[in-house]
Design a protein around this ligand. Sequence first.
Ligand code: ADP
Ligand code: ZN
Length: 614
Amino acid sequence: MPTMAQAEHTLNSVFGYPEFREGQKESVEALVEGNDVLSIMPTGAGKSLCYQIPAVIAEGITLVISPLISLMKDQVNVLLQYGVEATFINSTLTPKQQIAEIESAKQGKFKIIYIAPERLTTEAFSEFATHADISYIIVDEAHCVSQWGQDFRPAYLNIAPFIRSLKHRPVVGAFTATATIAVQKDIARLLELQNPKTVLTGFDRPNLYFEVIRPTDRDSVLLSYVLKRKGQSGIVYCVTRRAVEETTEMLKANGIEVARYHAGLSDEERSQAQEDFLQDKVPVIVATNAFGMGIDKSNVQFVIHYQMPKDLESYYQEAGRAGRDGEPAECCLLYMKQDIPLANYLIEHSLDNAFLDPETASNVRKQAEDRLQQMVVYATGRGCLRNRILSYFGEATTSVYCGNCSACLAQKGEQDVTREAGLIVSLVMSLNGKYDRTMVTHILCGKQNQRMIDEKLNEHNSFGALAAMGEGNIYAIIDELVGSEVLNLTDEEHPCLVAGHYAKDVLTGDYPVRIPLDRGGHQVVIPKHKEPENEDLFRLLSKLRLAIAREQRVPPFVIFSNSTLRDMAKRIPRNRGEMLRVNGVGENKMNRYGDTFLTTIAFYAKMKGLDAKA
Ligand code: ADP
Ligand code: ZN
């Protein structure tokens, strides 16, 4: 019988994490002690470890049933990197490969096997299962068994009979990110869970910054938003296929590398787009909601909704694909009035396709309209955005101010623009006192004129950098900077901007700059960003990771997640012992990559003269 001590040891030595997160310990404990479990934990909370750890220490095999075939390959890759023997058996393998995997499984090669629910009823698989030593059956996306859930999958109803058909009943674990009380009851009943321990953790995702922008022109806001986040991985969600096409073209025309994804494309094109995005070959993907189910990419840094989705369930699920690695990430909604008729149209359209009797249809319509109403309240209300979401999902909140959403920042009446001020100052310094306030503002807004083109200012790396703020706010910051001697005006008839006494302090971030909020009701929103430690080392390590990932033909996050690299950059480990203390570095990864990363870090330390200090 495995123990919790073994579980803790596995967490540290195999997965390289010092402690369990909320909800993990309870789930692991239940499984390890032989109890069924039903865990409802939000996306990114770390559900996989809840069953992977018991699976590693169990005698027998763990079957993980999941509808998300595209997810399996990545999950297996991640496990192999940790040194855990795992495989998947699904329709992406040829029949021959499937038979070969089952043969290997019979010989006890795997600890964890991922399968789709349809597989349970095939002859070859059930023949294998009846003779195998199965310790756990894990049902991922367990809400799919319920008709009340968003994505009912009839094949999930095969799970209970399958379990009954086994000689020894394994311990069963059900996991999901979304389940109302009604759905929870359905899961327990339809999967025939035996006296399950229910683990419920909060829905809040504190590392996500929520923001609503009400643009007059969506394209220009989107463009500057994406430009400002150059090099970051992000998703642009559109409601319609047409919007995906047009937005993709618009971004491409402006030199941004993007992939597109919607249900109207061929299978090949879609899987290519998805693969390119997952492997960080293309930083940004423009997609309809067809994209995302099964996307397990931990380092998505922003999710921007070009149009408003039809309800908060959809919004939170899609936005929640940002920041799964726990790093600060941003979720932005662009809202315009015309999104409401569009959403209504989509609701009607889905009713047309649902073949419901008139009474049911009218009930369903009413519910959908209520949900849309709540979505509009989110988009237009003044209160804390996070609180709006959490209370919608029935979670009591203790504070009305989260401090990490656009509404909360706006409430304060002023905003911190130190980062933006730094950008302005470095632009002014690079222009050598040749331009006035208007030119500087127009460069930052990305507004072209002939002189700008003649003098190649439209190629300056600050061109358009602050477009999202609007001209008025850039003027306001410049005025504030001139008023406080960060910038000075020259004594000419036509005064130009030059660096002032405090310019350097703004550049280093030592001189905080604040401006009052725009009074016109136009809310300027600037996301909060913690400057990460040793950014240069982090970039060096990312490059190394990319090279290794390319060599192995796997996505970079499979080698190390972003938060692991951040922790490494922060700690600057100098030997194997210190390396093992980095979050996400277990023994297997230490053996595979530890020395390579240590060499790079040693090189960095030498360049920085860190050795002399020590
Ligand atoms: P979920 O399936 O709940 O959406 P995942 O299982 O994909 O979430 O985990 C999200 C991320 O959190 C992964 O990158 C994982 O490595 C990381 N993670 C999981 N558990 C821990 C932990 N105890 N400490 C630190 N990071 C963790
Ligand atoms: Zn808030």
